[in-house]
Design a protein around this ligand. Structure first.
Ligand code: 13P
Length: 287
């Protein structure tokens, strides 16, 4: 059964580790990430962007698929199915479809409108036992074709949104989606500490988990980050392993082209990436 991310994140914040959110794009990714979480005895959050939602034939299809996998694969670790960077409309669609968690990305609205819409969603999520992530200060890089410059959140605005009763808060601290440029200034721990000071025990979320140096990840966890999102790194490892397999000509061996065999090396690569991240985030054996 899918669960809200609330309990797993509160436990993570208290235990000073973080739960990984790994984005899914298809059946193979979902199956691989679930199997890895089970093997590592780790809680896990499956992230679904709006683009991935459309690709996978809509939110209802995804809910059916993931629920089916949890049952058929005998998954017993806590699994949350989470809308990543949801628009207001997508949040409602995921609530109806049976997601257990949503992110309302209201960071591009004026703060008053962000507050109004978040308040409404807080109430619905509380009624349904779902978790809700809010964002303050846009996270840079590219997400579904939209490029943000990345900014540091205003701690006062973070407090205003946290006080509405959201489950977790993504605050921009200089992090960006995708690869970090060579001249990246690093995470702003000053901002993170100021946000933590204002929001107290609220679990914080670090987006753009690909390519952040390990010491920064650990420091962010020590300052209240309890959820870390990873997408690009799985894409890169999947693509590299698939490319290598094709270049070696193995897909043409024997009986010829078999999509199940073709996708297997990429899935193995994702498994290794997810395991590495779970180790780094400290979530292994925390189910
Ligand atoms: P990366 O693609 O940089 O790993 O970030 C993922 C993310 O933050 C999804 O919301």
């Amino acid at each position: 059964m899918l669960v809200s991310a609330k309990d797993m994140l509160e436990k993570a914040r208290e235990g000073k580790y973080a739960v990984g959110q790994f984005n899914i794009n298809n059946l193979e990714w979902a199956k691989t990430i679930l199997a890895t979480a089970q093997e590592c005895n780790s809680p896990v959050i499956l992230g679904v962007s709006e683009g991935a939602g459309r690709y996978m034939c809509g939110y209802k299809t995804i809910v059916g698929m993931v629920n089916g996998m949890i049952e058929e694969m005998g998954i017993t670790v806590p699994v949350a199915l989470h809308l990543d960077h949801g628009s207001y409309e997508a949040c409602y669609k995921c609530i109806d479809a049976g997601f257990s968690s949503i992110m309302f990305d209201g960071s591009h609205y004026p703060i008053e409108e962000n507050v109004e819409k978040t308040t409404e969603l807080v109430k619905i999520c509380a009624d349904k036992g779902m978790s809700l992530e809010a964002e303050v200060g846009s996270i840079g890089g590219e997400e579904d074709g939209v490029i943000g410059a990345g900014e540091c959140a205003d701690p006062e605005e973070c407090k205003m949104i946290a006080d509405l009763g959201v489950t977790m808060l993504a605050a921009g601290i200089g992090n960006i989606h995708g690869k970090y440029p060579a001249n990246w200034a690093g995470l702003s721990f000053e901002t993170l500490a100021a946000v933590k000071d204002k929001v107290g025990d609220m679990p914080l979320v670090l987006h753009g988990g690909t390519g952040i140096p390990e010491d920064m990840i650990k420091k962010a966890i020590s300052l209240g980050v309890a959820k870390i999102n990873v997408n690009t790194e799985c894409q890169l490892s999947f693509a590299a392993a698939t490319r290598k397999y094709i270049e070696e000509g193995k897909d043409l061996a024997g009986k010829g082209f078999d999509p199940r065999k073709l996708l297997a090396p990429g899935c193995e690569a994702i498994k290794n990436t997810v395991k590495e991240k779970m180790e780094l985030f400290g979530s292994i054996n925390k189910a």
